[in-house]
Design a binder for this molecule. Structure first.
Ligand SMILES: Cc1cc2nc3c(=O)[nH]c(=O)nc-3n(C[C@H](O)[C@H](O)[C@H](O)COP(=O)(O)OP(=O)(O)OC[C@H]3O[C@@H](n4cnc5c(N)ncnc54)[C@H](O)[C@@H]3O)c2cc1C
Ligand SMILES: NC(=O)c1ccc[n+]([C@@H]2O[C@H](COP(=O)([O-])OP(=O)(O)OC[C@H]3O[C@@H](n4cnc5c(N)ncnc54)[C@H](OP(=O)(O)O)[C@@H]3O)[C@@H](O)[C@H]2O)c1
Length: 433
């Protein structure tokens, strides 16, 4: 008998889950990967920085999973809008939630909602061409920008702000965003960490790239680069070394300047109509390891603040959710009878793409052990349900038509391999002319 499983979300977690189901199951399986967007791959398409083409090419691996005969892609179908958990449990033997973490964490400081104070999630979505964000959303009409946070997303955002538009021409950045980046008035970027270089979350390879920017001088203050103690993991030692090297560098007059700052926490985003500055407080570590303020303040004269302090998941209607961990509570991936979870929704918004592979494999092991021999005859039938509700899913072939249209757009603009189509309508036109 065939085991029918619905996987919700087609990011790395969803696709690795589908792959693990096919590989691990001893009985035949049929997996429907249900995705709210018309396009698969989640943050690989709408998160990974456009200039990181080698990482983006992981999509070539993920596509092979979607092309397996046991796996079907159903795009443009949202759990909670087009189908409910109840519907799915009536149609499938099991459901695996893999909807990731789509929104930003908040800073909780005054001025956070002023125009010009922007969540990294929105800015990333913008330069990645996510259909949730208007392509005209950002005008980089300010000379100084602060990026709060020293994780890898902050590093991506800084690189995108620092590079010249010409350096991004061959990437898939939507054309309107590329034009806006070309008109950018940004001259100074301040990347601000609330602790020291030894605590920063960025990884060495990504950090080094900032030091190789052709369009920006990287500056660090020697006092902020100083690190006490020395027994750090290799990655951290590498980060500290790079930061120290930068502290010894002199700017050489590149068009933009990146100041990497440490031991400063944001206390207020200043301005009345829009952002006019960022007030920071110098910090230190208390004996219990907490970051505490020292009562010394400084203000950066920035017109834009990009808050890159992490992502978080949102609850799915009808699915348990912990407001404390902002994840779906689970035991090795099991949520409740026949309901499972994988990826960022399961363990929180940390880890690289590959982390989701072992994570999904764990969830699938739990699922298959629970359902051992439990597949029911006559599962499936979501097509009828969607048709009754007037929802026409985007098929894998439809997605290939979107890809072809993006390649054609790139050719017509004399840019790289693909240029993102922006907006749902443009994508739907690619296969429903
Ligand atoms: C900006 C950014 C850049 C990154 N860059 C890198 C990198 O360069 N290298 C690296 O290794 N890692 C990178 N990562 C980390 C990596 O992207 C994540 O580990 C990974 O994407 C998490 O996978 P996921 O499947 O859990 O979530 P996601 O990739 O977010 O996938 C979730 C999917 O679920 C869909 N969905 C959401 N809600 C619903 C719903 N209600 N119904 C149906 N579908 C739904 C979404 O549209 C999405 O397609 C980056 C992360 C971010 C945020
Ligand atoms: N190229 C890549 O491989 C790549 C690219 C992008 C993303 N990713 C991965 O995706 C995951 C998410 O990355 P991320 O950068 O969003 O998150 P992250 O790694 O958790 O970094 C978040 C940063 O925000 C800071 N922060 C949190 N709350 C703050 C506050 N209230 N005030 C000031 N600073 C605050 C954190 O500082 P504290 O440490 O002090 O809390 C940290 O520096 C990571 O696992 C990352 O490695 C990988």
């Amino acid at each position: 008998m065939t085991l029918h499983v619905a996987v919700i979300g087609s990011g790395p977690a969803g696709i690795y889950t589908a792959e693990a189901l096919v590989k691990q199951s001893s009985e035949p399986v049929a997996v429907d990967v249900i995705e709210r967007l018309p396009t698969p791959y989640g943050l690989v398409r709408y998160g990974v920085a456009p200039d990181h083409t080698s990482i983006k090419s992981i999509a070539n691996y993920l596509r092979k999973v979607l092309e397996l005969p046991e796996v079907r892609f159903l795009g443009g179908v949202t759990l909670g809008r087009d189908v409910s958990v109840e519907d799915l449990l009536g149609l499938y033997d099991a459901v695996v939630y893999c909807t990731g973490a789509m929104v930003d964490r908040r800073l909780g400081i005054p001025g956070e909602d002023l125009p010009g104070s922007v969540a990294a999630t929105d800015f990333v979505n913008w330069y990645c061409g996510h259909p949730d964000v208007d392509p005209g959303r950002f005008t980089l009409d300010t000379s100084e920008v602060a990026v709060i946070g020293v994780g890898n997303v902050a590093v991506d955002v800084v690189r995108m702000l620092a590079k010249a538009a010409d350096e991004l021409r061959s990437t898939d950045v939507p054309h309107e965003a590329l034009q806006r980046l070309g008109e950018s008035e940004v001259k100074a970027i301040h990347m601000v960490g609330r602790r020291g270089p030894e605590h920063a979350k960025f990884t060495l390879k990504e950090l080094r790239e900032l030091g190789e920017l052709a369009n920006a001088d990287v500056c660090v203050r020697p006092d902020e680069a100083a690190v006490l103690g020395g027994d750090f993991p290799r990655q951290v030692q590498g980060n500290i070394k790079v930061v120290r090297e930068w502290a010894a560098r002199e700017p050489v007059g590149r068009p933009r300047r990146l100041d990497v700052r440490f031991w400063l926490r944001p206390v207020e985003i200043l301005g009345t109509e829009r952002v006019e500055g960022l007030k920071l407080e110098r910090t230190r570590l208390a004996e219990d390891g907490r970051v505490v303020g020292t009562g010394q303040f400084e203000t950066l004269p920035v017109g834009m603040v990009l808050r890159s302090v992490g992502y978080q998941s949102v609850p799915l209607p009808g699915v348990p959710f912990s407001e404390k961990t902002m994840t779906v509570p689970n035991e090795a991936g099991r949520v409740r009878d026949r309901e499972y979870v994988a990826g960022w929704l399961k363990r929180g918004p940390t880890g690289v793409i590959g982390t989701n592979k072992s994570d999904a494999a764990e969830t699938v092991r739990t699922l298959l052990a629970d359902l051992d021999g439990g597949a029911r005859a006559g599962s499936g039938g979501i097509d009828t349900l969607l048709a009754e509700r007037g929802v026409r899913p985007v098929s894998y072939d439809d997605w290939l038509a979107i890809e072809a249209a993006e390649a054609e757009l790139a050719r017509s603009l004399d840019r790289g391999e693909r240029v993102k189509l922006v907006g749902l309508e443009a994508m739907l036109r690619a296969f429903r002319p």
